[in-house]
Design a protein around this ligand. Structure first.
Ligand SMILES: Cc1cc2nc3c(=O)[nH]c(=O)nc-3n(C[C@H](O)[C@H](O)[C@H](O)COP(=O)(O)O)c2cc1C
Length: 221
C-alpha cells in the first residue's frame, strides 16, 4: 500500500442475526474506522459457503506453492486474501456455549493455521502487522463470564491472533437483549424489564466503545 492511500479494514460478522447486538456493535466499530479515514469492507460469515480447516496441510507442504496459504477453494478464500492485505481486522461474535459461534471458529481455523509455522519456536509467516479487534456479545453478566471461565478459552484464541497479526484488543458486551418480545418465548430465567432497561442504559455505551475501538485500530496502525 502506498503512503497516503486509505487504510483498509475488514469487518467480519460471525453472528447469524443481522441488525442485532453483534451486528450493531460491528456497525459502530465500522463507523469509527470510517471516521478515521479507512476503507471498510463488511463480511457476513453466515452468508458464505465455507468449511473449517480440513487438515490437508497444503499450507505446510515444503516447497509447495500454497505454503503459508489456505488451499481450500470456497467462499472464504477471497476474504482471507483481503484480510492479508488489510491494515485492521474486526471480528464480532455472539458467545454460544462459552465460545464464539461455530462459523467464527471455522473462519479462525482457516485464517490462523496457514500463518503458523510448525517450527520451534513457532513463527508467523505474515510479514506485516494487522491490528485486530474482537467484539463479543453474551447473555451473562461480566461477573458470570469471569466465574464461568469464559476468558480462559477466549484468551487462547486471542493469543493466537496476536501471535499471527501483532496486536489484539477485546470488547465485550454483557447481559444483552436476546429477544424483541420475551413473552413470546419460554425464557423465564431472564427478567425482560431488566433486559430492556440494560439495552437502553448500557448498550449505547458499548456502541460508543465499539466506535472508539474501530477508530483506534485505524489510527494506531
Ligand atoms: C445457540 C446459542 C448459545 C448461546 N450460548 C450462550 C452462552 O453460553 N453464554 C451466554 O452468555 N450467552 C449465550 N447465548 C446468548 C447470546 O450470546 C446473546 O444473546 C448474544 O448477544 C446474541 O448475539 P446477537 O444479538 O448478535 O445475535 C447463546 C445464544 C444461542 C442462540
Amino acid at each position: 500500500m502506498s503512503k497516503g492511500s486509505p487504510k483498509k479494514v475488514v469487518v467480519v460478522n460471525g453472528g447469524p442475526r443481522k441488525g442485532w447486538n453483534t451486528a450493531t456493535l460491528l456497525d459502530r466499530a465500522a463507523e469509527g474506522a470510517w471516521d478515521a479515514g479507512a476503507e471498510v469492507e463488511r463480511v457476513e460469515l453466515y452468508d458464505l459457503d465455507f468449511k473449517g480447516c480440513r487438515s490437508c496441510f497444503t499450507c505446510k507442504t515444503r516447497g509447495g506453492k500454497s505454503y503459508g496459504r489456505c488451499a481450500l477453494r470456497d467462499d472464504l478464500n477471497p476474504v482471507l486474501e483481503r484480510i492479508e492485505a488489510a491494515d485492521a481486522l474486526l471480528i464480532g461474535s455472539p458467545i454460544y456455549f462459552g465460545s464464539v459461534t461455530g462459523e467464527t471458529r471455522s473462519f479462525l481455523e482457516r485464517l490462523l493455521f496457514p500463518f503458523f509455522t510448525y517450527t520451534n519456536p513457532p513463527e508467523s509467516l505474515l510479514s506485516r502487522r494487522i491490528s485486530v479487534g474482537v467484539i463479543y456479545t453474551m447473555n451473562v453478566e461480566e461477573r458470570q463470564a469471569e466465574d464461568m471461565g469464559y476468558w480462559n478459552h477466549l484468551a487462547r484464541t486471542e493469543g493466537a491472533l496476536e501471535r499471527a497479526f501483532g496486536s489484539v484488543e477485546r470488547l465485550a458486551s454483557f447481559d444483552t437483549l436476546q429477544f424483541e418480545d420475551y413473552t413470546k418465548v419460554v425464557a423465564d430465567r431472564f427478567d425482560p424489564v431488566h433486559k430492556r432497561q440494560r439495552h437502553d442504559d448500557v448498550f449505547p455505551a458499548d456502541c460508543q466503545k465499539a466506535r472508539e475501538l474501530g477508530e483506534r485500530l485505524v489510527r494506531a496502525h
